[in-house]
Design a protein around this ligand. Structure first.
Ligand code: FNR
Length: 187
């Protein structure tokens, strides 16, 4: 069988290096993973006032998560934390109370930065939030990607054998994690 992965790009930038990283990950992933982006751009800012009647963007987000087997977060670090747009999307998906879309979902986080520590601090924030949302996160391997244009082509090609192997292995481990979680917690 194949596994459907919904991926979040935590950046709204038209030149996002994390979108480039997502392209590379899709290229290098095992062939039994199918990918669909779960968009976050058009969500209004979440308010509990919407709980009784989600707007179409909020409902579409929850439907999209409900339709996949697993989620992958590919995100920059903003001020050592989660970009607001991504946090907003997570808040939408976690509500209304009792209808948390992330409950028991297989998940992984990864991110790229132009800085040397490659989103390491931001990922800890994101992991804490996803823990509270009860997502089943892959805890190892971790992946803190230092982006340089020499290594990452805009089309998702990777021009460094070591980086390419590392990312391919990360996606293989993610697939194995998804399979393990779904064995115990089928969706
Ligand atoms: C950044 N950047 C950044 N980088 C980092 O390594 N740690 C950080 O805390 C921050 N903080 C931060 C805040 C804000 C508001 C911006 C706009 C940027 C730099 C960041 O890594 C760089 O802009 C990346 O290109 C962002 O990823 P995307 O949007 O290109 O995917």
């Amino acid at each position: 069988r194949t596994y459907k992965v919904g991926y979040f790009v935590g950046s709204l930038s038209s030149t996002s290096i994390n979108r480039i990283l997502a392209k590379a990950l899709i290229r290098l992933a095992p062939s039994d993973l199918d990918f669909v982006e779960i968009p976050i751009r058009d969500l209004p800012l979440y308010s509990p006032d919407y709980d009784a009647n989600y707007p179409p963007e909020g409902a579409a987000l929850k439907d999209a998560i409900g339709a996949v087997d697993a989620v992958l977060f590919v995100s920059p670090e903003y001020n050592r934390s989660i970009p607001g747009a991504l946090k907003n999307a997570i808040d939408w998906a976690s509500r209304p109370w009792g209808q948390n879309s992330f409950d028991h979902i297989p998940a992984a986080v990864i991110g790229a930065s132009i800085g040397a520590i490659g989103t390491a601090v931001g990922q800890q924030s994101l992991r804490a939030v996803l823990s509270f949302c009860n997502a089943r996160q892959m805890t190892s391997p971790e992946a803190y990607i230092h982006y340089t244009p020499e290594v990452f082509g805009d089309d998702g090609t990777v021009h460094n054998a070591g980086t390419e192997d590392f990312l391919r292995n990360y996606m293989r481990e993610f697939r194995d994690h998804v399979v393990r979680v779904l064995t115990v917690l089928p969706r």
